[in-house]
Design a protein. Structure first.
Length: 198
């Protein structure tokens, strides 16, 4: 015996499929929305973490900049103090050098020789004077060579002057260097000016 289904089964199947499609579409939409929310939340958290790290790094960089500025100020202060110390040491050396210069000028001049001028440029001296003879100038050069504070004597010129006095007819000019007995660098001491001698 045959059974006939007279109900509209195609219509029921189509309605069922439409319902399944709507449910599947809603589920897919909700899944996509949840995925977007989760992705947004994840990246938002990552951004917040990175911003917090950036803030910490910025604060540390600011501290380091302040420390570097303080170190630079200390370096500048140290340089100023070293400059002052150098000036004070130079003044101390120059003060004693002038005393030694006058002392050596007085003790190295032989009899029959008179100094008229001493010019000083740094540690270099140019000594001018009048003398009885060439031998007196040679003796003076030997006295400078033997001196502790005058070094490297060199005769520049010796000549007879027409208007010179009869007892000292020759004018001479000698170059020498002023420096301490244990001085290593001859240009280390700078004393300026000109000293006139009688």
């Amino acid at each position: 015996m045959y059974h006939l289904n007279l109900l509209p089964w195609r219509e029921a199947r189509r309605v069922k499929r439409q319902r399944q499609f709507v449910v599947l579409s809603v589920a897919t939409g909700l899944g996509a929305f949840a995925l977007v929310l989760l992705t947004s939340w994840y990246f938002s958290g990552q951004i917040d973490n990175q911003q917090q790290r950036n803030r910490i790094l910025t604060a540390e960089i600011t501290k380091l900049d302040q420390q570097i500025a303080a170190i630079e100020e200390l370096k500048q202060e140290r340089q100023r103090l070293l400059s002052r110390k150098s000036v004070i040491e130079e003044l101390q050396i120059n003060r004693t050098l002038m005393v030694h210069l006058f002392d050596e000028l007085a003790t190295t001049v032989p009899e029959g020789l008179r100094l008229t001028r001493v010019q000083q440029q740094g540690s270099n001296l140019v000594i001018e004077g009048m003398t009885q003879s060439n031998a007196r100038v040679s003796s003076y050069l030997r006295a400078i060579e033997a001196s502790d504070w005058l070094h490297d004597p060199e005769l520049i010129i010796i000549e007879e002057e027409d208007d010179a006095t009869p007892d000292q007819p020759y004018n001479f000019r000698v170059r020498a260097r002023l420096g301490s007995p244990n001085e290593v660098d001859p240009d280390a001491v700078m004393v300026g000016g000109e000293v006139a001698a009688s």
